[in-house]
Design a binder for this molecule. Structure first.
Ligand SMILES: NC(=O)c1ccc[n+]([C@@H]2O[C@H](COP(=O)([O-])OP(=O)(O)OC[C@H]3O[C@@H](n4cnc5c(N)ncnc54)[C@H](O)[C@@H]3O)[C@@H](O)[C@H]2O)c1
Length: 362
């Protein structure tokens, strides 16, 4: 019997690749602005866009919470060290006539905003408003994607798991309030100026690319302390849990929300729907880093009023046609491997000052 010639492996790979990434051709050759593109999520988004062969990826970032060594080095990536609040910087980047804008720049995050509420408001609300104005004036924007945080929509009185329809004004920190304002401005520009806006509500992101620091997330800080042999501080009791999303899935959600037409004009959760207890996370990180120091319980932070934060991802599955995977074990391995690879840079840039944040007084 004659064997059929079969499909070449490379072609097969390309077909599967394009099917799993419906946007794989969409971003090709486009000029794309990524504000906050040097940050933890932004640098991963930029890297993926570069690999998708976007024409030009313009990063606008003032490096206030990120590092130059962490910016992906590709020919089609153009870095502007500038501020979203600065007219000249906005003129410089809009001069390139981007058609897609991913707005990730933000004053990050809760404790930082409690310590510096005016800066939080200035960057996350006023800065965003300026950016939206430029998008409208440019008349060139096919899609504007805003990365809200779940906490900028769901307050302490919302039903768990959080659904997009039920929001609340009982928001725990100035950061959440300023991010909520950002989403509200998005809907105004969408309705009034017909700006095609997509809003994703991100749950806890983690993964390679996030440098630990005073105001950073729990996972990079736990890994950093564990690698130094320090006990991991648990703020609150053992019932505190979160929905952790690996950064590649966060990026996937952002790219899909910039692509699907149905994703405009409506907020979408990027969540796994899976619950991880923080004390279990700490034990797992201690195990993976061979840290014998264990954990220690600290007082709960006053703004941190929600024990459980879990997202419903039904809308993400329906509109964006994918669901972030619950892959904490593998995700942590990849993150720890990134720490080992970048240890020198991370040690140089991780900044912790005792005093303001009780979780840091180790
Ligand atoms: N990391 C998370 O778990 C998470 C969860 C929900 C939402 N988000 C949102 O996703 C986005 C990206 O988060 P991230 O974790 O990458 O944060 P990040 O702090 O790592 O990145 C934000 C970037 O914005 C830059 N920036 C800050 N102020 C700026 C300004 N005025 N002008 C220009 N650049 C400025 C910073 O230097 C940084 O590189 C943010 O908008 C954040 O609110 C993040």
């Amino acid at each position: 019997m004659r064997k059929s010639p079969g499909v070449p492996r490379d072609l097969l790979f390309l077909v599967v690749y394009c099917q799993t990434m419906p946007y794989s051709q969409f971003y090709k050759d486009k000029t794309i602005l990524v504000t906050g593109g040097a940050g933890a999520i932004g640098r991963n988004l930029v890297e993926k866009l570069a690999r998708l062969r976007a024409g030009k990826i313009i990063i606008l970032d003032n490096l206030s919470s990120s590092c130059i060594w962490n910016i992906p080095d590709y020919q089609n990536v153009l870095f502007f060290n500038g501020d979203i609040r600065d007219e000249n910087d906005l003129k410089r980047v809009f001069h390139h006539r981007p058609t897609v804008v991913f707005h990730l720049a933000a004053f990050f995050a809760n404790q930082n905003s409690v310590d510096y509420p005016l800066v939080s408001e200035d960057v996350n609300s006023r800065g965003m408003l300026k950016l939206l104005e430029y998008c409208v004036i440019s008349g060139n924007i096919e899609r504007f994607v805003y990365t809200n945080t779940e906490g900028g929509a769901y307050g302490s009185d919302c039903t768990m798991p959080y659904r997009e329809e039920e929001t609340s004004l009982r928001l725990g920190s100035p950061y959440y309030v300023s991010k909520m304002a950002g989403e509200a401005y998005c809907w105004f520009y969408h309705n009034h100026y017909s700006l095609p806006v997509s809003v994703v509500r991100l749950f806890n992101s983690y993964g390679p690319g996030e440098v630990p620091g005073q105001y950073r997330n729990v996972i990079p800080n736990f890994i950093w302390w564990a690698m130094k042999g320090q006990p991991l501080p648990l703020t609150g009791n053992k019932t505190i849990s979160r929905d952790f999303v690996f950064v590649n899935d966060i990026v996937e959600g952002i790219l899909r929300s910039g692509f699907f037409p149905e994703a405009t004009g409506t907020p979408i959760n990027i969540a796994t729907g899976q619950e991880t207890f923080i004390y279990e996370l700490a034990e797992l990180i201690n195990l993976k880093t061979s840290n014998p120091a264990g954990t220690r319980i600290l007082q709960q932070r006053k703004w941190d009023t929600r024990e459980k934060i879990i997202g419903n991802n039904e809308k993400c599955r329906r509109i964006l046609q994918f669901a972030p995977a619950a892959m904490l074990d593998t995700g942590l391995d990849l993150t720890i491997a990134w720490f080992h690879k970048n240890r020198e840079n991370i040690d140089r840039n991780a900044a912790f000052f005792p005093g303001l944040n009780p979780a840091l007084d180790v």
